[in-house]
Design a protein around this ligand. Structure first.
Ligand code: ZN
Length: 70
């Protein structure tokens, strides 16, 4: 009944704040830290075109992005 020992903090730590990683939010410790990293990522590396191309027909290009929901 050592449920507390199920977590192994020594394995990984959150790159944002250094706390032990939570399995639900890995590689981060919490959704907050995941959001922080995501914001950094979006504002830095990932450059998204602000405007979408709108054709005369009004067709929107289908987004083939992979939604990773695990
Ligand atoms: Zn964290």
């Amino acid at each position: 009944m050592n449920e507390i020992d199920r977590k192994t903090p020594s394995a990984r730590v959150c790159p944002i704040c250094g706390k032990p990683v939570d399995e639900a939010f890995k590689p981060f410790c919490s959704k907050r830290c995941a959001d922080i990293d995501l914001n950094r990522w979006l504002s830095g590396v990932y450059t998204v075109p602000a405007k979408e191309d709108e054709d005369e027909d009004g067709e929107r290009p289908a987004q083939d992005g992979t939604d990773e929901e695990s």
